[in-house]
Ligand binder design. Structure first.
Ligand code: 173
Length: 317
């Protein structure tokens, strides 16, 4: 009798210590038809295949499910477990979020130089988030216009922004208006704005090429889109679940080089769509580019005297 009980307990033991399957609810700040979301889907499929019985990702949806500027807060509070989003969309939680645009080395390098750990120290402390990894890199932002300029002076122009571009475009004289990506087309169509900031890739996802006449070169900063997770949920995972998730995020991050090709293709498509490039002489172009960084770092350090200088040291070249 005793022996039977003991054997039964032994047989059940592996079940008792095995972690239950956990499903992570994920939202995206970018629409489902965008390249950013399409780039994520194969990773979710691979993880779900490998994670059967252990860890699953359930992709809830994009801005139709949740407004982009609310996604960060939903992750912070645990309304959702994870998100594909960008720091500019959750500066309402902490100003440091927007500084991820200022990286001048790839995220794979930040994993080695302490930058990734610094991000996580800040994200854990101030946003109750675990920063899992960056899934867009090597992608500058640009200014797109419906009217021509011949010098970096935006006086009299109204430009659609997010926090990414606010200080820089204002310094160039623009009047700015913040909108979610989903509102840009209508704003252009109605002439409410004369241009917008956006990465070098992706304008075709929103049909903005129909309303865009010019792109200003050079680009500046580095478009950042990342996977972030609620910190409590992250801590509640078993180590094997965390390892599985980390492995798949790092594998996706390792493919960020592929954005270079996407960007070349989009530059060609923009040209084919009749979008003209506005360039400046070399000295003016350098001033424009340097000014973008000088203004953004000054603002980041002012907003975060504690972490701004550390981020600058690790994010810069
Ligand atoms: O312009 C934006 O909406 C924005 O801030 C952004 C950030 C990263 C990728 C794409 C857009």
């Amino acid at each position: 009798m005793k022996k039977t009980v003991w054997l039964a307990a032994l047989a059940l033991a592996p079940l008792a210590v095995q972690a239950q399957e956990t499903t992570l609810r994920v939202v995206s700040a970018f629409a489902e038809n965008t390249t950013y979301v399409k780039n994520l889907m194969p990773m979710i499929q691979k993880l779900n295949a490998e994670g059967k019985g252990r860890l699953q990702i359930n992709f809830i949806g994009g801005p139709k499910a949740m407004p982009p500027f609310e996604v960060g807060n939903a992750v912070r509070t645990g309304v959702v477990d994870m998100a594909l989003t960008t720091g500019a969309f959750y500066t309402n939680i902490m100003p440091e979020a927007d500084a991820l645009k200022l990286t001048q080395v790839p995220h794979t390098e930040l994993r080695k130089n302490g930058g990734h750990d610094l991000i996580n120290r800040i994200w854990n402390e101030k946003a109750n988030m675990q920063y899992l990894g960056r899934v867009i890199d090597f992608t500058p932002f640009h200014l797109y216009l419906t009217k021509k300029i011949d010098k970096p002076d935006l006086t009299g122009l109204k430009i659609r922004i997010t926090p990414v571009y606010r200080e820089f475009f204002q310094a160039l004289g623009a009047t700015v208006m913040q909108t979610a990506p989903g509102e840009v087309y209508t704003a252009l169509e109605r002439g409410v704005v004369d241009g917008y900031g956006w990465p070098i890739n992706g304008i075709f996802d929103f049909n903005w090429h129909e309303k865009t006449k010019f792109r200003v070169d050079p680009g500046f900063y580095s478009a950042e889109v990342s996977l972030v997770m609620n910190l409590d949920k992250w801590k509640a995972l078993a180590s094997g679940q965390r390892d599985l998730l980390t492995k798949h995020v790092i594998a996706l991050e390792a493919q960020n080089d592929s954005w270079k090709k996407v960007n070349e293709d989009d530059i060609r498509k923009q040209k084919e769509a009749g979008i003209q490039t506005i360039t400046f002489d070399a000295a003016t172009a350098k001033q424009y580019y340097d000014r973008a960084y000088d203004i953004a770092w000054a603002s980041a350090i002012k907003a975060s005297p504690q972490y701004g200088p550390q981020m600058k040291q690790l994010f810069g070249k």
